[in-house]
Design a protein around this ligand. Sequence first.
Ligand code: NAD
Ligand code: ZN
Length: 356
Amino acid sequence: MKNFKNIEHIVFGRGSFNTLDKILNPHRNNNDEFIFFVVDNYFKGKELENKIPSEKKDVIRFIDVDPYEPTTEQVDQLRDEVLKNYGLPAAIVGIGGGSIMDIAKAVALMFTNEGSSVLYQGLDLIKNPGVFHIGVPTISGTGAEVSMTAVLTGPEKKLGLKCDWTIFNQVILDPDLIATVPHDKWFYTGMDTYIHCIESENGIFNNALSHAYAEQSLKLCRNIYFGDGQTPENDDKLMIASMMGGLSLTYSEVGVCHALSYGLSKVFGTKHCFANCVIFQHLDDFYSEGVSEFKQMLNKQNIKLPVGLSKEWSDDQINTMSEIAYKLSHMWRHAFGEDWQKRLSIDKLKELYKRM
Ligand code: NAD
Ligand code: ZN
């Protein structure tokens, strides 16, 4: 059992971004009375920039989230710079994809917790509640908008700041915002949801609560990726599928693909959703039905994934990835059971990486 915390407020619907101003108003006089907006650089100069309800004292930072995932160093610098020049924000608003969701969640915590975010990578290490924070996703699939973790890559590990206070106080789900996502990124990120559900369902922590969310989320994914693809109606569905996939894994666990994906991202900086897709196609012996369906969706959406990548990898790199993945014992326990160590060796992990 997990006593899990959910988001305090969710608003869903086309145009719901316009309610942000009203949502922020009761918070504006807190702390040093300014709002800190963290926005994906993609939106610089786009229509959405003009719709951000910023006032004179507010601070906006556009962040380039490509090609690497958010780091502890990046979060520390952002916090230090804002604290030094403007003080403690009344609220933080993250507008972007999983990367921005994680940066917003992490910075919100780091404003009120001393030292580097490296100190807090792990479960329940955060000492003080963070600043009020709002998530506005603009690409759907990671479930970062609902999860209790802010995943950061640090000098030693890729691991989240994970605690109840990480969870957003408010989320705004406006399907209009995901309309401009390019087809390939739309596919990879959406498939993160699909893989969350397949993994959540296939393991010992699966239960009626996680199953109910996964079942609904999978139904929506099938509808979208076997159906008309990227349409306004499907954007509505994908936003909800992402949220439900995230809730499913919160109450269950992810598995083989995510464990391997962490190794790949740590060693090569490969983005999470793309890494998952590259790996998942080779996991038929663990998730045969899921992988077969995934391949049909790849075909239907005309997406080509790279293969033969491991030919370029050194033994050292494969060893490092295998060691990183092996340490994710909670995922292996879920996927293989309590005696997972009898069923999985580092050599097996190396063999899996060599399939890619
Ligand atoms: P992202 O935030 O990295 O963005 C992917 C790309 O899409 C970027 O190029 C971005 O500029 C672009 N983009 C975003 N919105 C757009 C829009 N509306 N129109 C056009 N382009 C747009 O993508 P992601 O896949 O959502 O997030 C990946 C990150 O999420 C990784 O760092 C991963 O570690 C993290 N993650 C976190 C959790 C969690 O629970 N906290 C779960 C899974 C993944
Ligand atoms: Zn994922």
